[in-house]
Design a protein around this ligand. Structure first.
Ligand code: C2E
Ligand code: MG
Ligand code: MG
Ligand code: MG
Length: 293
């Protein structure tokens, strides 16, 4: 049904319930076809400056435009792609696609803003990522500072030399590194000292807990913001849905806001229109919000 509702409808097909091994087999076959036929598409979710609503960057989020099911969410097929190792093809497609997109925007004369992409630990820990990224940036003649790579704590768990050299290799190119879903992985905070990342993305579970009566939850976010500042990292709050959360974060000098309050992930054409305008306003106005102490 989803496919009949058009691109701007965000209803995503869900097949994760009751996923039999037969279904997995069929899906893997479909996924291989999808890679060849380019049935994947990138949506973009803006990251805005908390103080001004100015669009600073965006995260590219993959969607699978399946012939029968319509748009399939990455939460449904990325775990499967990690299992059957098709994630390597998908990651490489995303890297190439984003470099090509940045090139196109440069050619159109747009004011360029960085794009963040998600790289699965499975891909991150495999050899050759630095060379691949370098090659694509060179091929499309895109300055590396416009690419940000989001990794989760899962990529940092193995305290191998490989992790450090991949991180350093990417940063030497000029690519930015963001820690995604911060606070939900199993890594000890020690890695923040061992590796230098540019950006910290506070996971949405913490953001969704912000409210007047949640002293503990609020204290945790304040501490994360403080920590990031001390480490000279840019902080992005993910999953900001309401004005109370937004005000709380703004008061505590969170740098960037990403969430439905400003925009859901949108198709390319919509994001291009947003880029032209240059800023976004929160969807709901804050009329009667008392500050959270
Ligand atoms: P993520 O990287 O943490 O991305 C943020 C997710 O939160 C996105 O879900 C986004 O649509 C959603 N989100 C953003 N703002 C809000 C909000 O205000 N409220 C709520 N409820 N949700 C919000 P999405 O697009 O379904 O992606 C899910 C996950 O799939 C991503 O989590 C990421 O881990 C993975 N993913 C997406 N694209 C790729 C990709 O190209 N490669 C890989 N390896 N993983 C990807
Ligand atoms: Mg992400
Ligand atoms: Mg995240
Ligand atoms: Mg996530």
């Amino acid at each position: 049904h989803a496919k009949h509702q058009g691109k701007n409808n965000y209803q995503l097909y869900s097949f994760s319930r009751d996923i039999s091994s037969y279904k997995k087999f069929v899906l893997e076959k479909d996924m291989r076809k999808a890679i060849v036929n380019e049935e994947f598409e990138l949506y973009f979710q803006p990251q805005v400056e908390a103080t001004s609503g100015v669009i600073r960057s965006a995260e590219a989020l993959i969607r699978w435009n399946h012939q029968e099911w319509g748009l399939v969410s990455p939460g449904e097929f990325i775990p499967l792609a990690e299992e059957n190792h098709l994630i390597h093809h998908i990651s490489d497609w995303v890297i190439r696609k984003v470099c090509a997109q940045l090139r196109e925007w440069m050619d159109k004369g747009y004011t360029l803003r960085p794009i963040a992409i998600n790289i699965s630990p499975i891909r991150f820990l495999k050899k050759g990522l630095v060379d691949l990224v370098k090659m694509q940036l060179e091929l499309f003649q895109v300055p590396a500072k416009y690419l940000e790579i989001e990794i989760t704590e899962g990529s940092l768990l193995k305290s191998e030399k490989g992790v450090l050299s991949t991180l350093e290799g990417l940063q030497k190119l000029g690519v930015k590194i963001a820690i995604d879903d911060f606070g939900t992985g199993y890594a000890s905070l020690n890695y923040l000292q061992e590796y230098h990342a540019d950006t910290l993305k506070i996971d949405q579970v913490f953001i969704q807990n912000i409210n007047h009566d949640n002293k503990k939850g609020n204290a945790i976010i304040s501490a994360i913001l403080h920590l990031a500042k001390g480490l000279d990292m840019t902080v992005v709050a993910e999953g900001v849905e309401d004005p109370v959360q937004f005000e709380f974060l703004k008061q505590r000098e969170c740098d960037l806001i990403q969430g439905y309050l400003f925009s859901k992930p949108v198709p390319l054409e919509t994001y291009e229109q947003m880029m032209q305008t240059g800023y976004l306003k929160p969807a709901k106005q804050k009329d009667s919000i008392a500050a959270i102490e």
